[in-house]
Design a protein around this ligand. Structure first.
Ligand SMILES: NCCCC(=O)O
Length: 679
C-alpha cells in the first residue's frame, strides 16, 4: 500500500524511495485512514454544535441517529485539518441524508466540537460529548495527539502507537534504535542529544511548526548533509521549511532552512482516488473535488490561486468516513429489523448487537472518492477468488493428466520388452553352462516422445507455479500466504528432478539401484512438499485454536497475519481491561472514575496538559455541583469509532485504523468494552 508522490498533482505508481532532488522533498505515500471534522460554530446549549444539513428533526426525534466528533479546526502548531475536512463532512452528511435507500426513515446527525488539535481540550470535548444528551452512537476523531488523549482517557481505543509500532518493526528487522528524544517546544536539547549519541538516521514525528524548529536547530548544530538521513512526515505543505519563519520566530534564514532540508525523506498517504470511476455517491473523485472547491470558495478560500485550507488532502477521507458509518449503520439496521429491534434503542450492554455493528463496519466496502475506499474495492477483489475456481483449476489439471495418460496407453501402450546381454560364464564354475542376463523393460514404442510430452507439460506448470509464488511473495493475505512454502516446494522438486533424471539414466541398467533411487527421490520430494505446505498450517491451528470461532467478527475480510496477531492481542487485553473495569467499578463512583482516568493520563504528560486537567477537574466539580452530584454520563452506552491518520508527535502519536468499542455500562466515559479489531 505504498505510493510515491513526486508533487501534489502527479501521484503515480511506486518507484523506490531514494534521496530527494535538491530542496524539494520526495514523498512516499502511505495508506491513510479518515479524519472527520466539524466546524466549531453554532454551539448549542448542550455544549455541542447544531446539526449539519439545515432543517433536521429535533435531537430527541426517533428518526435521528447521533454521532459525536472531536475535530481540529482552530489553534496553532498542530494539524488543523478540519478546515477542509469540515466542508467534506457537510457534503457527505447532506448526500447520505438525501440517499433514500440508505438508513430509510433515519438521518445522521453529527455533534462535534473543536479540539484545536490540543489533547487537553480534546479530552474536555470528549467528556462533553459523553456527558450531555443526546446519546451518540459513535465517536469520530481527527488529529493524532487528540486521538491519543482520547484513547488514553477512554481506555478503549487500543490503537497501535506509531512510535511503538515503528520501534517494534525496527527491532524485528534487526535495526537498533540508538535513542528516542522528545521535546515540548524547544528542540535544542533533543537535537544535542541526537548529536551526542551520534545518531545518523533520524525519524522525526511532529507537526509542521515543530518540524521547522527542529530543522533550524539541526542546521545550527550541523546535523544535516550527507552524513545524516532525516525522515519527516510527508503531509506538510511542499515548501514547509521556508514559510512562516518570521511569524514563528525561527532563527534561520530561508537558505539555511533549504540547506538543512536538502535530501530529507518524507512519507505521506495517497488520499485521492486516482481513477475516474463513479463512486458510491454517484460522483467521480473529480466531481467531488469540484464540489468541494466550490464550497471552499464560498467560504472565502482562494482556491483558484492554489490557496487550500489545511486538511484539503484528507478531505476525501472525511467524506468517505461518513459514508462508511452510514453504510455500516444501514447494514446493522437491516439485520436488527429482522429481529424486531432497532439501532435507535441500541445499548452496548447488548453484546450481540454490538457484534453486529462491529461486523457491519468491518465488512463495509464501497468505492469512494478517497484512495482508502478505492483500495478497499481493489482488495485484501483479490480476496474474492471463489473456491469453485480453485477446484475447477485443479480439476482441469487432473483431467489433462488423465487425457495424456489414457492417450499414451491407448495409442502407444506400454509393453514388456526384454533386453538380452552377451553370454557370461557361470559363477558356479560350471564350464558347460553359460548365463544370458536379461533385463525387462516396460515401455512404449515412442517412449521418449511420451515422456518428453509429460515432462514439458509438468515443467510448464512448475514454471508457472514459480512465477505465481514470485508474484505473490509480498502479499500477506492469510488465504494465499503459502507462496513462500510453495516456492520452497517447487525449488525442492526442481533440484531433485535435476539430480534424479540424469542419475537414473546413467544407472538405468542396474534395475534395483535405479528403482531405489527413483522411489526415494519421489518419497522425499512428496514428504518435504507436504510438510512445507501443511506443517505451518497445523502450527497455526495449534497456536490460534479460537480463530474459527471468532471469524464471525470479520466474515468477509481476509486479515493479514500481522492484523490477526494484533487482533488476538487486543482480545486478550480486552479481557484484562474488562476484569479491571469490573474491579474498579465496585469501588468508585461514576464521576470519580472519569476524573481518575483523565488525571492518570495527564500526569504522564506535560505541565501544559496538567493545567488543562485543572480546568477539566474544575468543570467536573462545577457540573457535580449543578447536578447535585448525580451527573451521570448518558444511560445508554456508546459506540466509538476512530478514523485517524498514521502520524503524530514525537511523544504521542497514533496509528491508523478503524476501531469500534462499546461502552459496557453507563458508568463512565472510560469504561468501554472493546468489541473488535483493527482494519
Ligand atoms: N494527515 C494529517 C494527519 C494529522 C494527524 O495525524 O494529526
Amino acid at each position: 500500500m505504498v505510493r510515491i508522490k513526486w508533487d501534489n498533482k502527479n501521484i503515480g505508481s511506486s518507484p523506490p524511495v531514494r534521496r530527494s532532488p535538491p530542496v524539494k522533498s520526495q514523498t512516499v505515500k502511505f495508506h491513510e485512514v479518515v479524519i472527520l471534522v466539524r466546524k466549531l460554530s453554532a454551539i448549542s446549549d448542550d455544549g455541542c454544535d447544531s446539526p449539519i444539513g439545515g432543517s433536521l428533526p429535533p435531537d430527541d426525534a426517533d428518526n435521528v441517529l447521533h454521532i459525536g466528533g472531536i475535530f481540529p479546526i482552530a489553534g496553532e502548531g498542530g494539524w488543523q485539518g478540519g478546515q477542509a475536512c469540515m466542508p467534506a463532512v457537510n457534503l457527505a452528511l447532506d448526500d447520505v441524508n438525501h440517499e433514500k435507500n440508505l438508513l430509510p426513515g433515519f438521518i445522521l446527525k453529527l455533534h462535534s466540537n473543536d479540539s484545536e488539535c490540543e489533547p487537553g481540550l480534546g479530552a474536555s470535548v470528549m467528556y462533553n460529548l459523553l456527558y450531555y444528551k443526546p446519546h451518540k452512537l459513535m465517536l469520530l476523531a481527527g488529529c493524532s495527539t487528540v486521538c491519543t488523549t482520547v484513547a488514553e482517557a477512554a481506555k478503549m481505543w487500543n490503537l497501535v502507537v506509531t512510535v511503538e509500532d515503528l520501534e517494534a518493526r525496527c527491532k524485528e528487522a534487526g535495526i537498533e534504535i540508538v535513542t528516542r528524544q522528545s521535546f515540548l517546544s524547544d528542540p535544542s536539547d533533543a537535537v544535542r542529544n541526537l548529536r551526542r549519541q551520534d545518531a545518523r538516521i533520524i525519524v522525526g514525528l511532529f507537526y509542521v511548526v515543530a518540524a521547522r524548529r527542529v530543522l533550524c536547530e539541526l542546521y545550527q548544530q550541523k546535523l544535516y548533509g550527507k552524513s545524516y538521513v532525516w525522515f519527516f512526515i510527508g503531509w506538510y505543505e511542499d515548501n514547509w521549511f521556508e514559510v512562516n519563519l518570521d511569524k514563528e520566530a525561527i532563527a534561520c534564514t530561508k537558505d539555511q532552512m533549504r540547506l538543512a532540508a536538502e535530501g530529507h525523506l518524507t512519507t505521506e498517504a495517497l488520499m485521492w482516488n486516482q481513477n475516474n470511476d463513479t463512486t458510491i455517491s454517484g460522483m467521480t473523485s473529480e466531481d467531488f473535488r469540484q464540489r468541494l472547491n466550490k464550497m471552499l470558495k464560498e467560504d472565502g478560500y482562494d482556491i483558484d490561486n492554489n490557496r487550500y485550507p489545511e486538511g484539503y488532502q484528507e478531505a476525501p477521507l472525511a467524506y468517505d468516513a461518513v459514508w462508511s458509518v452510514a453504510l455500516a449503520f444501514n447494514k446493522t439496521m437491516e439485520k436488527l429489523s429482522k429481529q424486531g429491534k432497532s439501532l435507535k434503542n441500541f445499548t452496548y450492554t447488548d453484546k450481540e448487537i454490538a457484534d453486529e455493528i462491529y461486523s457491519a463496519i468491518n465488512s463495509t466496502q464501497f468505492l469512494g472518492v478517497s484512495l482508502f475506499m478505492a483500495k478497499q474495492k481493489v482488495s485484501s477483489i483479490q480476496k474474492k477468488v471463489q473456491p469453485w475456481k480453485l477446484y475447477t483449476m485443479v480439476s482441469g489439471l487432473l483431467v489433462m493428466d488423465i487425457v495424456l495418460l489414457v492417450s499414451w496407453q491407448v495409442l502407444d501402450p506400454l509393453q514388456r520388452k526384454i533386453e538380452t546381454f552377451p553370454l557370461e560364464l557361470s559363477p558356479f564354475g560350471d564350464d558347460d553352462a553359460r548365463i544370458r542376463p536379461e533385463l525387462e523393460h516396460c515401455e512404449s514404442i515412442h517412449n521418449n516422445i511420451w515422456l518428453g510430452l509429460i515432462y514439458s507439460y509438468k515443467g510448464l506448470i512448475l514454471v508457472f507455479g514459480l512465477f505465481l509464488a514470485y508474484e505473490t511473495r509480498s502479499i500477506k493475505v492469510k488465504q494465499i500466504n503459502d507462496s513462500r512454502y510453495v516456492g520452497m516446494s517447487i525449488y525442492n522438486v526442481v533440484v531433485l528432478c535435476l539430480i534424479t533424471a540424469p542419475v537414473t539414466m546413467v544407472i538405468a541398467s542396474q534395475q534395483d539401484a535405479s528403482f531405489a533411487f527413483v522411489a526415494l527421490a519421489i518419497i522425499f520430494c512428496c514428504f518435504l512438499s507436504m510438510a512445507l505446505i501443511f506443517v505451518p498450517k497445523v502450527i497455526e491451528v495449534i497456536r490460534h485454536p479460537k480463530d474459527k470461532a471468532e471469524s464471525k467478527y470479520n466474515p468477509d475480510v481476509g486479515m493479514s497475519k500481522e492484523d490477526e496477531e494484533k487482533y488476538q492481542k487486543l482480545l486478550s487485553e480486552n479481557d484484562e481491561l474488562q476484569k479491571l473495569i469490573a474491579a474498579v467499578r465496585k469501588h468508585f463512583s461514576v464521576e470519580d472514575k472519569i476524573k481518575l482516568k483523565i488525571i492518570s493520563y495527564h500526569e504522564k504528560t506535560s505541565f501544559q496538559k496538567e493545567e488543562k486537567i485543572k480546568l477539566l477537574k474544575q468543570t467536573l466539580a462545577e457540573r457535580d455541583a449543578l447536578k447535585g452530584g448525580s451527573g451521570n454520563v448518558p444511560k445508554d452506552s456508546l459506540i466509538v469509532a476512530d478514523f485517524v491518520t498514521g502520524e503524530g508527535t514525537s511523544d504521542s502519536a497514533i496509528g491508523g485504523g478503524i476501531s469500534v468499542y462499546t461502552q459496557s455500562s453507563r458508568a463512565s466515559a472510560s469504561d468501554f468494552e472493546f468489541s473488535g479489531s483493527y482494519l
